[in-house]
Design a protein around this ligand. Structure first.
Ligand code: SF4
Length: 490
């Protein structure tokens, strides 16, 4: 190994802790990184919570060290401010020591010294957060500064927003001075390992559960098998077990010895080997048991870490839109929906509209139990609507279990999500052909963008059309699914 060292940020140290190969690829092959929509959304949430931390811990004299000027500038500016003594809060204060560079979320004066607060959008303290705090402390103290304490501020999910921008109690602090103290000794070793991995040969590390914990790695699509026609991960189940099979050279669903498969996995393998979809007779019986009128229901929801409306909590699931296809009788299909982009809380009007549209009888078909959870949330929020909402809950029929029980197509690659099932039963219906919004996270983000005061009327109109189209597509897909299940008796 050469004596060359690379710039090691705290996030790179965290990557190394998850997997040394991840860090190596981040440094040497960054073009292979693919961040999922969920990871991207998590970054955005982190920024939103970070902005609140500036309100909570800042004051008129607080300084933010900008990122844009480069790390050299950030280090110099931090050094100058810190040399003046602990006088005002500094956000993103930047320090370097022992080959590592950290940016501290909030550096706060505490008497004659400083206190560090690391801010996370999570609702609890995790092991990786404590390690993260320890790395900051090691660099800060190693740079010759005195620390009175270090805390992790995370989102308090019992906080109820009172409105008027008052987020003073959104964050709750957990003192990590003691817990980080016991980790300081291992930080140099991790820095050294990370340095070696970054500039040395690619570490030989197989895939497994660590690819998803504590975070989904952006190299999953690179490291997990993708050359085989039916990658073995389509069998689902334990990631550790899949990793073991892959380490043995088994990369295709069809190659796993049957004795090592669960009953469900054996079915997936059997259908995959045959190359032909299987629709079991029970599907037709299930479809025939559904009486008319039939309703097909789907919600879109938001779960903002920073509440949008007074009376709501962080990460609370709030329905903002629904679509409902309904069949008064065989062969007749109608549609209704709800979407309000005024920016006012829509939950009450959504509930009332849904109660009207769903009438009093007939199955209300959904996919997975999500709709049930959302309606139960509405009951909790609006106790006066309990009776009609509970009546809807009592009529809910989940299409996911019978689909999982009676249907599999090799192209589903082990997934019974509606997005995996639909292309195999309705070639004319492709989510990828929807303009703009094509999945749930994009729908949440689209809604929040649409109600934002800075959004132009043209963009708002475009988002409205995309949101309506996407949600309607979901319930149209449910109609097609029931039609398809009914064909098993043909
Ligand atoms: S996908 Fe897994 S093995 Fe590959 S770099 Fe990421 S964590 Fe490591």
């Amino acid at each position: 190994m050469s004596g060359r060292r690379v710039y090691l940020s705290k996030s790179r140290l965290m990557s190394a802790r998850q997997c040394l190969k991840r860090l190596h690829l981040e440094v040497q092959r960054p073009e292979l990184m693919v961040h999922s929509a969920a990871t991207q959304a998590a970054f955005d949430t982190g920024h939103a919570v970070g902005d609140i931390a500036h309100q909570v811990y800042g004051n008129d004299d607080a300084v933010v060290i900008p990122y844009e000027g480069g790390m050299g500038h950030a280090l110099k500016k931090t050094a100058r401010l810190v040399s003046e003594g602990p006088r005002y809060p500094i956000f993103e204060a930047t320090f370097q020591h022992g080959g590592m560079l950290v940016r501290v979320d909030a550096l706060l004066p505490d008497g004659d010294a400083w206190r560090i607060v690391e801010v996370k959008a999570s609702t609890s303290v995790k092991d990786e957060h404590v390690f993260d705090c320890a790395a900051q402390r090691w660099v800060f103290e190693g740079s010759g500064h005195e620390l009175t304490g270090i805390a992790l501020a995370h989102v308090d999910n019992t906080f109820v927003y009172a409105g008027e921008g008052d987020f003073g109690d959104l964050l709750i602090e957990s003192d990590e001075t003691q817990s980080t103290g016991s980790l300081l000794g291992i930080i140099p070793g991790w820095i050294s390992k990370a340095q070696d991995a970054a500039i040395g040969d690619e570490p030989v590390i197989g895939v497994g559960a660590h690819c998803f914990k504590p975070y989904e790695c952006p190299f999953v699509s690179h490291c997990w098998p993708s050359n085989s026609e039916y990658p073995v991960q389509g069998l689902g189940g334990s990631k550790a077990k899949l990793g073991d099979w892959i380490a043995e050279g088994i990369e295709d669903i069809r190659d796993v010895p049957i004795t090592r498969l669960s009953e469900k996995q054996q079915w997936i393998q059997k259908v995959t080997r045959s190359g032909k979809a299987e629709l079991l007779p029970g599907a037709g019986d299930f479809a025939a048991s559904l009486e008319y009128p039939r309703y097909y229901l789907d919600f879109e929801t938001i779960m903002p870490a920073v509440p949008v409306w007074a009376g709501t909590r962080p990460y609370e699931t709030l329905p903002i839109q629904y679509s409902c296809h309904y069949e008064p009788g065989p062969g007749t299909l109608e549609h209704a929906d709800f979407l309000d982009l005024t920016g006012d809380p829509p939950m009450r009007r959504l509930a009332e509209s849904m109660i009207r549209v769903l009438g009093k009888e007939g199955p209300v078909l959904m996919y997975t139990s999500y709709e049930r959870t959302v309606i139960l949330g509405l009951i909790e929020r609006f106790p006066d609507l309990e009776a009609p909402l509970q009546a809807i809950v009592d009529r809910l029929v989940d299409l996911h279990p019978p689909t999982q029980q009676f249907y599999y197509h090799p192209a589903m690659a082990g997934s019974w999500s509606l997005k995996a099932v639909l292309p195999t039963i309705a070639v004319d219906m492709q989510y990828s052909e929807l303009e703009g919004i094509q999945e749930g996270i994009a729908a949440s983000e689209g809604y929040l963008e649409a109600i934002h005061l800075d959004t132009s009327p043209e963009r708002k109109a475009e988002l409205k059309q995309q949101l309506l189209q996407y949600c309607k597509f979901d319930t149209a897909a449910l109609v097609r699914l029931v039609e398809f299940l009914a064909t098993s008796g043909d």
